[in-house]
Design a protein around this ligand. Structure first.
Ligand SMILES: *[C@@H]1O[C@H](CO)[C@@H](O)[C@H](O)[C@H]1NC(C)=O
Ligand SMILES: *[C@@H]1O[C@H](CO)[C@@H](O)[C@H](O)[C@H]1NC(C)=O
Length: 251
């Protein structure tokens, strides 16, 4: 056994096509020689169309790589690569509130400035360690990965005897509301004998809506999400819930 070659090279390629609303294609390439870092799991989104696109990936806590290399290119000119500017964990600005971080993982980001509209891009995030390197390749079009940050400042107030007024403010990170307006979806939930009921309403183009037919004395949770008006990409994450109990009519 000791006579086997000192260096081993294996390449594994896996192609995954996610069809449907998000025409996103993932291609993972793992180049190994020895004990390579794990392939980063990369997620990209555009928080303000058309010029605020970020990608993020959690750092493997078991075997953190020594460093990452993130580059991108236009698909039809894939030899011309540009750096995706790396942002270390913990230093992301508040512009990145929608970064999907499920746990206390150290989350890396990189920023892709000035992407062209209706253009296919290839992103390559490579984790490098002494034992080798692993790359995650993804291709996307800006239009498919639009995902605003959630609306903010959601508030509920009594409107008149039966109705209630739900108001919110657009996500502050969405910079170009005049040229690229947003639409909104509303979700409200309540408990009924141990089960959760919910109603989804919208889309609404304004930032306020009157709601009717809610039950006096019942407590509701209200959330709002934001989506690009023409339907590009997906709705933001839901805003954090606002609790409101419908007042009982005074008799
Ligand atoms: C994105 O575009 C908006 C409006 O056109 C501008 O205010 C903002 O500075 C731009 N941001 C970047 C990062 O280029
Ligand atoms: C991805 O980036 C790494 C590091 O720059 C590079 O070695 C590798 O060849 C790239 N992969 C592709 C398919 O371009």
């Amino acid at each position: 056994m000791a006579a086997t070659a000192a260096s081993v090279c294996v390449t594994v390629t896996l192609l995954v096509c996610v069809m449907g609303g998000q025409a996103l294609e993932l291609l993972r390439v793992t180049s190994t020689s020895g004990n390579p870092p794990s392939v980063p799991t990369v997620n990209c989104w555009c928080a303000s169309y058309p010029n605020m696109t970020f990608c993020s990936w959690p750092e493997s806590s078991r075997s953190p790589p020594t460093h990452y290399i993130a580059t991108y290119s236009e698909r039809h000119r894939h030899l011309v690569t540009k750096p995706c500017r790396l942002i270390q964990p913990g230093t992301a600005s508040s512009d990145l509130v929608s970064a999907p971080s499920p746990s206390s993982e150290r989350l890396w980001h990189c920023h892709l400035p000035n992407l062209k509209l209706l253009t296919n891009y290839i992103l390559n995030v490579t984790a490098v360690s002494a034992g080798g390197s692993s790359s995650h390749l993804s291709t996307f079009m800006l239009e498919d990965i639009v995902r605003p940050d959630p609306p903010v400042d959601v508030r509920v107030s009594p409107h008149d005897t039966k109705n209630l007024l739900l108001e919110w403010s657009h996500p502050p990170t969405w910079t170009d509301l005049k040229i690229f307006p947003l639409k909104y979806q509303i979700l409200y939930e309540w408990e009924n004998r141990g089960t959760t009921k919910s109603v989804n309403l919208g889309p609404f183009e304004g930032t306020r809506v009157e709601l009717n037919g809610l039950t006096a004395g019942r407590t509701y949770l209200f959330r709002v999400c934001a989506k690009e008006l023409l339907g590009l990409g997906e709705c933001s994450a839901w805003s954090s819930p606002v609790k409101y109990t419908i007042p009982r009519a005074k008799s």
